[in-house]
Ligand binder design. Structure first.
Ligand SMILES: Cc1ncc(COP(=O)(O)O)c(C=O)c1O
Length: 380
């Protein structure tokens, strides 16, 4: 017996069941391509939906803020980690999202795992979609609240839970707007209506809709008490926001542990966020969003015609559901041989027997790239 036995046992089981994860050095070349072991690959696995991570304005602002304010923020937001520029950025994010206020937090995981426990304690009950992101589940579990998970996008199931707990004054509904692994969209009108009807707080995670949906890329979280989103995906940078009322912001500043006890984002990151928030609202970006919409619809419908199961995807995230983890690894390897990075996603990230290739389309992909992917998938 050794104190490391449980670690070795875990890794062996992961290996045996084809669920072991490994890190690979995949170097970005552009939003379209990555380099691995000296070879170039078409990259269909990043969340860089608007291809902004390589945009010169993000790079330039990142450098400018870094030069002006230094490489680190030096302290948490409540100590000396809040510059005037950071507060201006929060005002701008609030304008973009159509809310009174916004608060920038270190990352999406930090936002979800810190804000939810601030909103729900042991006396509360949380109603959460079964396929919510792991960071939302972490927040729900950390809160100590009763944590009820309704079947994916099943409004009737949500209603049955709400009815049962209608007398509890502390209710919180939590859902992704766009689901990260299925690429489908929550029944947002129903969820918003139910939150009002049952007087529940509504927390929406707009990570995969921010920058991609809405006339100004503002996403799909309109009307939520907390409209949380990230800058790490379509906005091409890093970090997260919660757009909310001024009252809620005031509360989070005083109550959200991952905001209070974590160092503020570095200025260079804030600079690229500022550039991205401004860029996604431009007519050029609006045009790019329309083109992206046409591209991912073309890819999804072509895959459906070829007989692939793409679940209910309606976004740039398109799963090709295979089921078995070993089979999905084989499929991904075949695509890899053809110069395409489309990586497998296996349990526990997705439910058992739903291992898949998770494809994500971005604004830099050409129709030729997409046809190459379709052809490779058909042959594989
Ligand atoms: C829906 C969703 N929420 C939150 C996160 C976490 O955000 P971050 O990567 O900024 O920690 C992710 C993924 O990264 C996500 O897909």
């Amino acid at each position: 017996m050794s104190k490391y036995d449980f670690i070795k046992d875990f890794l062996k089981e992961a290996e045996d069941t084809k669920l072991k994860r490994v890190l690979r050095a995949i170097n970005p070349v552009s939003a379209r391509e990555s380099e691995f072991e000296g070879r170039r690959f078409l990259n269909f696995s990043s969340n860089n939906y608007m291809a902004l991570s390589e945009h010169p304005e993000l790079r330039n602002e990142s450098v400018r803020w870094g030069e002006k304010y230094g490489s680190g923020s030096g302290a948490s937001r409540l100590i000396t980690g809040t510059s005037a520029a950071c507060l201006r950025l929060e005002d701008e994010i609030a304008r973009w999202k159509g809310t009174e206020a916004s608060i920038v937090i270190g990352s999406g995981y930090l936002a979800n795992s810190g804000i939810i426990p601030a909103l729900a304690d042991r006396s509360a009950v949380i109603f959460a979609d079964k396929l919510n992101h792991a960071s939302l589940n972490a927040g729900c579990q950390l809160s100590g609240a009763e944590f009820l998970r309704y079947r994916h996008n099943d409004v009737d199931h949500l209603v049955s839970f709400l009815e049962k707990h209608k007398d509890n004054p502390r209710k919180l509904i939590v859902s992704d707007t766009v689901f990260s692994m299925d690429g489908d969209i929550a029944p947002l009108d129903d969820i918003k209506r139910l939150a009002k009807e049952y007087d529940a707080l509504l927390y929406l995670d707009d990570a995969h809709a921010s920058g991609v949906f809405g006339e100004h890329g503002e996403g799909l979280s309109d009307g939520a008490d907390i409209a949380m989103g990230t800058f790490s995906k379509a906005l091409g940078s890093y970090g997260a926001y919660a757009a909310c009322s001024s009252l809620m912001k005031d509360y989070l500043i005083n109550r959200c542990g991952t905001f209070i006890y974590s160092t503020a984002l570095p200025p260079a990151v804030l600079g690229s966020i500022a550039a991205a928030v401004s860029l996604v609202q431009t007519p050029a970006c609006n045009e790019a969003r329309k083109n992206l919409y046409e591209k991912f619809t073309y890819l999804r419908t072509s895959l459906e015609k070829a007989g692939f199961d793409t679940a209910n995807s309606r976004t740039p995230v398109i799963p090709v559901i295979i089921g078995d983890s070993g089979e999905v690894i084989k499929l991904s390897s075949k695509l890899f041989e053809k110069g395409i990075l489309a990586l497998p996603v296996r349990p526990p990230t997705v439910p058992k027997n739903t291992a898949r290739i998770r494809i994500s389309v971005n604004a830099a992909h050409t129709y030729e790239d997409i046809d190459r992917l379709i052809d490779a998938l058909k042959k594989a």
